[in-house]
Design a protein around this ligand. Sequence first.
Ligand SMILES: [Zn+2]
Length: 79
Amino acid sequence: MANFGIGQIQSTARVLLICPDCGQENSEYVDVLRGRRMYCCGGDGCDYIFDLAGPRYAVGRGFVEACRKFYAAIYALRA
Ligand SMILES: [Zn+2]
């Protein structure tokens, strides 16, 4: 994933957010995630919240970092 860039992702593309707590796969549009600072897991009885804009990152940068984490989680699970 060395050349991964959020700019290459279309607004209508979907991002898979895999919950580290319950394993629920939350599929959401990039456009939707872009406007959020956090995303709640849709798993049954799970209250995990994905932090899309950590305090250490500026808005936008945080989203990219978050996406990298999500993709890392996907690859970790499917490797
Ligand atoms: Zn969950």
